[in-house]
Write a protein that binds this ligand. Structure first.
Ligand SMILES: Cc1cc2nc3c(=O)[nH]c(=O)nc-3n(C[C@H](O)[C@H](O)[C@H](O)COP(=O)(O)OP(=O)(O)OC[C@H]3O[C@@H](n4cnc5c(N)ncnc54)[C@H](O)[C@@H]3O)c2cc1C
Length: 414
């Protein structure tokens, strides 16, 4: 019987060796590495481009080392960026230095502050030389395809209609709001984070300061220099956005100006709450990263908080480890779940150590700073000690900037 309803288009079918869901740092780096190894790979990215306001901007020495090993570093460092060696901020009125990367033996001893869309565009452009890699933009994964208890691909929607992508291996790189992990019924261990972030930009005046972080009783903010504007992160206690809004925009602007006087002259350009985005912060991790035919990495396996600016770099390290452990096997055919689990075994320790540091920082410093009350903030003893002893700043820098178990790119021959 003809109901007059349009008949839904049957999905197109694509077949590939590996389907990566999500074109963030983990997904684009893994796509690049598998394409380089000559493995048929499709990356699905739900957005039309990488240009989004919120992307972590910190490219750490561990990631610069990876770019060096890929032979990309010279071109990469031609992209406009700022270099930071000393991580400093104000705790109340006390200026503290918590890490000094110049004291490490990193080949590139600095953090490159670069908009993440520049980083991802760069990887995509360089990957064009690899014919086995296909990056599909505007392609949103909506579900998994199963055969018994094994994942055999991904269902996606694109501007041209639905697509079924059949793949020997699916890798979830779809971030902390992953749709793949619930679809695969993977259990999440929630560690929790006491804060969220209000994210907005303020045009630049004639200020010359660059990175700036300040904690005051009940408030905390960070500003990142993005050339012609400041990218601002105002950290709030989780769940307190409505309360902040109810005090009005003028009160919010006044708080921002007090914490970051460099923003005073242009804070009026934040004209409504629509100019401010609420970013939710999470720390969690999967108990199991795999199903047969499926692996989760990056924030999809372990959501990182902004503390230390490490999440992007951990995601890149996951991608390098995945390619190192799986590319040769994947080139020959499907890989076993034990092979996939080798990635978790390799990456779980550094991930847990890093999340542990984030939890210590958020519970001892951020929670204290954000708790109500006007008592003066004094930095905890370990922070004062690190700030006073330069070689300790080298240790913290090594932990943050190079990481616990740095990954190195292996040769592409598989
Ligand atoms: C407020 C905040 C600030 C942070 N600041 C920093 C920082 O300064 N430095 C730092 O190193 N880390 C920072 N982090 C952590 C960092 O953002 C993450 O750890 C990192 O982005 C993880 O990379 P990823 O590739 O795993 O996931 P993501 O970067 O989240 O990338 C996931 C990608 O998948 C795409 N996607 C999602 N769903 C689908 C779908 N269904 N189909 C297709 N594509 C999909 C998304 O569009 C996205 O491109 C911050 C985190 C928060 C919450």
């Amino acid at each position: 019987m003809d109901t007059g309803e349009p008949i839904p288009k049957p999905p197109r079918v694509l077949t590939t060796r590996c389907c990566i869901v999500g074109g963030g740092p983990a997904g684009m780096m893994l796509g690049y590495l598998l394409g380089r190894a000559g493995i048929e790979t499709v990356v699905l990215e739900k957005h039309a481009d990488f240009f989004r306001d919120f992307r972590g901007d910190t490219v750490h020495p561990s990631t610069l080392q990876v770019m060096d090993e890929l032979g990309l570093i010279d071109d990469f460092l031609k992209i406009p960026h700022d270099r930071i060696q000393k991580m400093e901020g104000y705790f109340g009125d006390t200026k503290l230095r918590i890490a000094d990367i110049s004291r490490t033996n990193a080949k590139y001893p600095f953090i490159a502050f670069m908009p993440q869309w520049d980083f991802l565009n760069f990887l995509r452009d360089k990957a064009q030389r690899y014919p086995h890699l296909k990056v599909m933009m505007n392609a949103e994964a909506t579900g998994l395809m199963w055969s018994g208890d094994a994942v055999v691909g991904v269902q996606a929607v694109t501007r041209e209609g639905p697509v079924d992508i059949r793949a020997d291996l699916t890798v979830a790189c779809d971030g902390r709001h992953s749709i793949v992990r619930p679809a695969a019924r993977l259990e999440v261990e929630d560690i929790g984070a006491p804060m969220d972030v209000l994210w907005f930009r303020v045009p630049k005046g004639t200020e010359t300061d660059s990175l700036f972080a300040r904690l005051e009783p009940g408030k905390m903010m960070v500003t990142i220099d993005r050339g012609d504007y400041w990218q601002c992160a105002f950290v709030i206690a989780k769940g307190h956005y409505d309360e902040i809004k109810s005090r009005g925009l003028d009160a919010f602007r006044a708080d921002v100006s007090r914490l970051a006087p460099i923003l005073r002259s242009h804070i009026g350009d934040v004209k409504s709450w629509d100019d401010i985005k609420l970013l939710t912060v999470a720390i969690n991790r999967l108990k199991r990263w795999t199903r047969p035919g499926l692996l989760c990495i990056g924030d999809a396996a372990h959501a990182m908080s902004p503390v230390g600016g490490v999440g992007v770099n951990i995601a890149i390290q996951d991608a390098v480890a995945t390619a190192n452990l799986l590319a040769a096997k994947l080139a020959k055919g499907p890989v076993s779940e034990d092979d996939l689990d080798a990635v978790r075994k390799r990456r779980e320790f550094p991930m847990r150590m890093t999340q542990g540091m984030q939890v210590v920082m958020q519970n001892n410093i951020i929670s204290r700073a954000l708790s109500p009350g006007n008592q003066p903030l004094t930095p905890p003893l370990p922070m004062r000690l690190i700030s006073a002893v330069p070689w300790l700043q080298g240790l913290t820098a090594r932990f943050l900037a190079i990481g616990v178990r740095p990954e190195h790119v292996q040769s592409p021959e598989v």
